[in-house]
Design a protein around this ligand. Structure first.
Ligand SMILES: [Zn+2]
Length: 691
């Protein structure tokens, strides 16, 4: 059997992927041989609205490398795929669709709107999973899950009622990030910050008690003067000596003509403005916390639609910016503006509809965090769950040690409805994804899968969801399964542009991995990505590396083609290990065998310790330099053809095995053509070379 003259990925990749799927070996139940140990990875479920970006491509490559190696090592390997319903993101995509028809979700009504989202999901929700296939991801597609499928709904309900019975779920009022357009609370993750040129106004609040002829004030600086209508205190830092004589005194809030106290609180930054700040508990998250410590009044002046409410009195019914003008004019009239400065600040916007966020107090459902946070701390402190790189444990501990109760309710329609009679809110998307490592295996039923594949082994993910997702999976695992969901959390590097900037589709700085696969092949894309995975440093993505991957693929192809032409087409017996002590071997034979042995050892060790780039580079050097440049060249003039034929085939076979996790399609295609006895059905289930 011979190989085509040139390697064409598009001719091979689809064909090979179908061949693998047909083999059934993505499903651990079909794997050949006796496999006692399991190895499981759950995919971080991409949003159904998602499209593959470089971060996904990088993470899919990492996970597939890990899974393919373990599969070859004889593990019962399972890589579970799936998608997240992604509450607000999905709801917004469908709302945008509706807007084209001139309708809003309120025109349709809740039931019809949700129906419409399901239709949308049927049509578009699996695009991203098909893109993973294109990259060669060997997930068990027969076990694909969705965070709102039938079984998953049961898991979410079981988790909720467990917490509820424990008395950990309660309703309370807090200041939340509110999108006046989406009409829902948002998590911090759902905000987008934009830097803007604003102003800092220095306002004079007159003291109630005037002791001298000149009027005495305390001066507060603010970027949002309209919120002063809802002030209920002025605060200074307790260490700030400038205000010692004023603490405990009373000021008269202008316009509202209301007495409010001057208090001390550690949250006040003495370097901001004058060091004295106005406190508006209803419209600022920090001020709400100050209120909790000092038992202040809450005056809500901005409503859910982002305009001024009844309590704002003279501004009732105005938009916030109109109110600002009016307030400033009033203050000016009273000579209560000390000065105005230019000020650059970042403002939060809704990440889906780009409306300005209004912090407002709202009644929400909360989950108590004290016991759960402690469980999560214990799991990592004890070393049962390890972060790689270790430095990310700090982010994790910092968050858990200062944790607040979790606001689990959202006022949108798409999601898991809070299972309490009469409740219309849905649960935060992360409430359901927190259950992912065991809900995907059948929990709350105690299934065979759950017993076989839980706990999972490695979780590979991005750093920005350590607290939102990883920490919550860890305490959920500890709480519901009494076992940590995984033992290793691999935080992969972030892929940046070649100048070190953030990749973003909307900024036009993103790179489409599918386009790379089409241009260079999936193997080349995977190898180029792996090549850049050195240590934990972020990757400044250079397309040349993918081109290098393509050249390497061509080299493997050409070398294999040469080897196949050198050996007889009758099958050769290739034993597990070649005896280097054989006296018939030449110096060159011995050298290549020794180098191969060394490469097997280092590759295996590097993959065990997640050093993908190091392994890729060693394999590249071995194959290109030691095997092609030196040994193949020498073999052309070697006298004992029979021996060198066997060694050529032996080294090629072992190279293909080592390269398979990185370059799965090409290596499989070549393997299928190798004339060796006792060949396995596919390279994917061949034995991994032993150290
Ligand atoms: Zn919004």
């Amino acid at each position: 059997m011979t190989l085509d003259k040139a390697y064409t990925p598009e001719k091979v990749e689809n064909k090979i992927y179908q061949f693998w799927q047909k083999s059934g070996f993505f499903n651990p139940d079909n794997l050949p041989g006796k496999r006692t140990k399991s190895f499981t990875i759950v995919i971080p479920p991409p949003n159904v609205t998602g499209e593959l970006h470089m971060g996904h491509a990088l993470n899919a490559t990492i996970q597939d490398i890990l899974i393919r190696r373990r599969r070859m090592q004889g593990f019962k390997t399972l890589w579970i795929p799936g998608t997240d319903h992604a509450g607000i993101a999905t709801q917004n995509v469908v709302e945008k669709d509706l807007r084209k028809e001139g309708k809003s979700r309120f025109d349709l009504g809740r039931e019809k709107f949700i129906e419409r989202i399901w239709q949308w999901r049927e049509k578009y929700g699996n695009i991203i999973l098909n893109q993973f296939k294109k990259l060669g991801a060997s997930c068990d597609w027969s076990r694909t899950r969705f965070t709102m499928d039938e079984g998953y709904v049961k898991a979410v309900e079981a988790a909720f009622s467990h917490y509820h019975e424990k008395g950990w779920i309660y309703q309370g009022e807090r200041v939340v990030n509110w999108c006046p357009r989406c009409q829902t609370s948002l998590s911090d993750l759902e905000l987008e910050y934009k830097e803007e040129n604003g102003k800092l106004w220095y306002l004079r609040y007159p003291l109630k008690e005037q002791t001298t002829g000149d009027k005495q004030y305390i001066i507060v600086a603010t970027t949002r003067p309209e919120t002063m209508l809802g002030d209920t205190a002025v605060a200074v830092n307790p260490k700030d000596k400038r205000y010692k004589n004023l603490v405990g005194k009373t000021v008269i809030l202008p316009i509202q003509n209301k007495e409010i106290p001057i208090i001390e609180d550690r949250a006040v930054d003495p370097k901001f403005g004058t060091g004295a700040v106005k406190v508006t508990p209803a419209h600022d998250i920090t001020d709400w916390e100050i209120k909790e410590r000092h038992d202040l009044e809450v005056v809500k002046v901005i409503n859910e639609r982002g305009s001024m409410g009844k309590e704002s009195k003279i501004c009732e019914g105005l938009k916030t910016l109109e109110c600002r003008e009016k307030v400033l004019a009033e203050l000016q009239k009273e000579n209560l503006i000390e000065k105005t400065e230019d000020y650059v600040h970042s403002l939060p916007y809704c990440y889906r509809c780009h409306s300005l966020i209004e912090p407002i107090p709202s009644k929400q459902w909360f989950l108590k965090m004290d016991v759960l946070a402690n469980e999560a701390i214990k799991s990592v402190k004890s070393g049962k769950v390890k972060f790689i790189p270790r430095r990310f444990e700090k982010i994790y501990f910092d968050w858990l040690k200062n944790i607040k109760d979790w606001c689990i309710s959202r006022q949108i329609w798409w999601g898991h409805r809070i299972p309490i009679a009469g409740e219309t809110d849905v649960l935060d998307t992360w409430f359901s994804s927190a259950l992912w490592p065991f809900a995907t295996l059948g929990w709350p039923e105690i299934t065979k899968d759950l017993k076989t594949f839980y706990p999972t082994n490695v979780l590979s993910t991005a750093r920005d969801i350590i607290n939102l997702w990883v920490a919550r999976m860890i305490f959920s695992g500890a709480e519901f399964m009494k076992k940590d969901p995984f033992s290793v959390v691999l935080i992969h590097p972030t892929v940046l542009t070649k100048d070190g900037k953030r990749m973003s589709k909307s900024l036009g700085t993103g790179v489409d991995p599918i386009a790379l696969c089409e241009k260079y092949g999936a193997d080349a894309t995977r190898f180029g990505i792996s090549w850049q995975l050195m240590g934990s440093q972020d990757i400044k993505f250079v397309e040349d590396n993918i081109l290098m991957g393509k050249k390497f693929c061509n080299k493997i192809w050409n070398a294999s083609r040469f080897v196949l032409m050198q050996i007889p087409s009758s099958e050769l017996q290739i034993k597990g290990k070649f005896q280097i002590s054989n006296s018939k071997l030449t110096v060159a034979d011995k050298k290549i065998l020794k180098t191969l042995e060394k490469t097997v050892k280092s590759t295996d060790k590097d993959l065990e310790t997640f050093q993908f780039g190091k392994a890729a580079r060693a394999l590249y050097t071995f194959f290109w330099h030691d095997f092609c440049d030196i040994y193949i060249e020498k073999s052309k003039s070697q006298k004992d053809k029979k021996n060198s034929q066997k060694i050529l085939l032996y080294v090629l076979l072992n190279s293909l095995k080592l390269l398979h996790p990185f370059i799965p399609f090409l290596t499989e295609e070549i393997y299928q053509k190798l004339p060796i006895k006792n060949k396995k059905e596919c390279l994917m289930v061949e034995d991994w070379p032993k150290r």
